[in-house]
Design a protein around this ligand. Sequence first.
Ligand SMILES: [Zn+2]
Length: 390
Amino acid sequence: MAEKGLIALLEELISLPSVNPEHSKDVEINGESRVASFLHVYLESLGFDVEIDTVEEGRCNVIGRIGPDDPVKSIMLEAHMDTVGVAGMSIAPFSPVIQDNRLYGRGACDDKGPMAAALWALRDGLAKKVAERGIQIIFVGAAGEETGNLGALKMQRDGVGADWAIVLEPTGLDIVHAHKGACWFEIRLDGVSAHGSSPERGVNAINGMARVIRMLEDMVEEDRKKLQSPLLGGPTLNIGTIHGGEAINIVANACALRVDRRMLPGESCEGILSAVRSRLAALQAEGKIHTFDVTVVNKSSPFVTDHQSDLIARLAATCRKHAIDTKQVGASWFSDAGPLAEICGHTIVFGPGDIRQAHTKDEFIDLDSLQKGADILKTFFEDAGANSLN
Ligand SMILES: [Zn+2]
């Protein structure tokens, strides 16, 4: 079980709908503003100075700071405020229910449970005590993680970083210190249409795309031979959608493919797409395809933090104090840690709850995990306040 106040805090966050606007157009439930207002007030009650940073029209990051401007150490806690959509859910998404030691609702584990655990950890004057020891805590509620790190990318552009960053996500209290990035792109081929009875008069974009698919598979196989990480495995490629052609008796004059290429640290979407474009140009020169266009749909950076990082050592020791046998792992999903790692000294992803329950039709968080997460973060900050972190 978990403390009543912690449960009430998470229930309150779940009851404030914050569906990512790309997942719902319904203004009654979409956008982060309700959670942002709540977080603003809550952080101020903990002693934080809060800044509302507009990311785009109607979207914002909530950035709370406590502690000196010139700190001995700055520690960021970052949780995203948006959730995925609620269509097809088998539970009431915004009316939290407790059953079998689980709290059910949209965002219970992704990402409101981890956010609640961290807020709960800093109450009773702990944030102020840590600040008095020369440590700055930066607590961020970020917009738009679910559709491509919108808020974290704004922080990256503005240089809002820290020495240590704990990105709060449901990792089952394991320490994720590397994850893959994603490069989502679209390839469009234009052909030349002709009557289906005389295909030699046209250029069939679907046939061309069949060659492109083989080319993409060959490319990722070559990359997998060169790039293998003991933590993350190799890069992967999934073709998610294909659309093309007009009618059975017309030579297809267009075909479009959407591709999800997962990247390892060291790879970039720009590098991958430039290789794809030069292979497409070669196919074009051979007359296998007519014209092509490649566009980025979305991208999120990979990251890796050295396993010898003192942030990892301290957090792992804290977990052991609470009898949690935490593992240091890599993940195939992406998070705000990708962009934040580029401006923070050491970055990890950590939090209560299980990623397997994220985005599900009956999302929940285990209440023991929620409480452990809060307890571990509390001890982590108590120790940070008690020790010199130079
Ligand atoms: Zn999440």
